[in-house]
Design a protein around this ligand. Structure first.
Ligand code: NDP
Length: 324
């Protein structure tokens, strides 16, 4: 079946997720109003899946955009697939409920389509701090994500979130969650970094065997926010092999980078706050990569994590020590 911007993938709980999502993270110095404007334009253009998180500090603006597009009749609430994420500082089960409530109040929505555990590790805020900052030392916490998961199950039972999933989990952590005594709902997805330099084939195969959808972030080579990404890493969209495949199809490197991941059967998130690039990225549905070009692009894999979150390396649940 040909992929279109309206294609949705069925999740293990029966709900469906559009295969292309709008990323909304931007560095703190980018005015928040840009996220609101871009989300409105994206909805006008036909994007229906919006990926956000408490820690992006823009749920107020994203909620404004979604509600404005419902109010002007462009979409109905049920047309939009909104993903939120519980940050690591809310893993204590008492705080988890508060973390959810903060998101829903900021968004001014009645429910979330998907709510994820943002990371497998838990953190505490330092004394007197209101949010985690890359300039401050992280304070590790040892709340087990299996305990936090029960709060997500309760939110699903209450109809406040339609589906629940995880992000940045490795195979061992997924196995531990799946074998949790009394598990009521499996995660519907695992949202992870995935692109031509990090093709995630082994994690994808494992997830597929458990009916868990892989959702890819940083498909275009990430936001390259200096606080989170090592700027000595290669710029993905400048890769010469990617450029040569793009030239062959008369497409941009961005479209080919996205198409590669989509054609692997992985849901793609791509962030842009530019009207031209939001439009360009929808071109991903207008062509198909031949098997030999898929193979060439697969050959670019070097297991490179742009978002390595090195500050967390000592945390017992740091997910990237293992191969996948
Ligand atoms: P992406 O890989 O999506 O890249 C975004 C960058 O690419 C921006 O600088 C954007 O600039 C640029 N860009 C977009 N389209 C094009 C194009 N056609 N040509 C050239 N450049 C382009 O980055 P992210 O790391 O932001 O990942 C996407 C989303 O995934 C995030 O926004 C967030 O929602 C989610 N995410 C989740 C994480 C998690 O832990 N679960 C971690 C990281 C991201 P411009 O806006 O100017 O177009």
């Amino acid at each position: 079946m040909a992929l279109t911007k309206d294609t949705r993938i069925t999740l293990n709980d029966g709900n469906t997720m559009p295969v292309l999502g709008l990323g909304t993270y931007a560095a703190p110095d980018v005015p928040k109003i840009q996220a609101e404007e871009a989300t409105k334009i994206a909805i006008d253009l036909g994007y229906r899946h919006i990926d956000c998180a408490y820690v992006y500090n823009n749920e107020v603006q994203i909620g404004n955009a979604i509600r404005a597009k419902i109010a002007d009749g462009t979409v109905r609430r049920e047309d939009i697939f909104y993903t939120g994420k519980l940050y690591s500082t809310f893993f204590n089960p008492v705080l988890a409920r508060k973390g959810f409530e903060k998101s829903i109040q900021d968004l001014q929505l009645d429910y979330l389509d998907l709510f994820l555990l943002h990371w497998p590790f838990s953190l505490k805020l330092a004394e007197g701090e209101e949010s985690i900052s890359p300039d401050k030392p992280y304070v590790y916490d040892n709340v087990d994500f299996c305990d936090t998961w029960e709060v997500l199950e309760q939110l699903k039972d209450a109809g406040l979130v339609k589906s629940i999933g995880v992000s940045n989990f490795n195979k061992r952590q997924l196995e531990r969650l799946l074998s949790k005594p009394g598990l009521k709902y499996k995660p519907v997805c695992n949202q992870v970094e995935c692109h031509v330099y990090l093709s995630q084939s082994k994690l994808q195969a494992y997830c597929k065997s458990k009916d868990i959808v892989l959702v890819a972030y940083s498909v275009l080579g990430s936001h390259r926010d200096k606080d989170w990404v090592d700027l000595s890493t290669p710029v993905l969209l400048e890769d010469p092999v990617l450029a040569s495949v793009a030239a062959k199809y008369n497409r941009s490197p961005a479209e080919v980078a996205m198409r590669f991941v989509l054609q692997k059967g992985i849901v793609v998130l791509a962030k842009s706050f530019s009207v031209a690039r939001l439009k360009q990225n929808l071109g991903v549905f207008d062509f198909e990569l031949k098997p030999e070009d898929m193979e060439t692009l697969e050959g670019l894999n070097k297991n490179l994590h742009y978002g390595a979150f090195k500050e967390m390396k000592q945390h017992p649940e740091y997910p990237f020590h293992e191969e996948y």
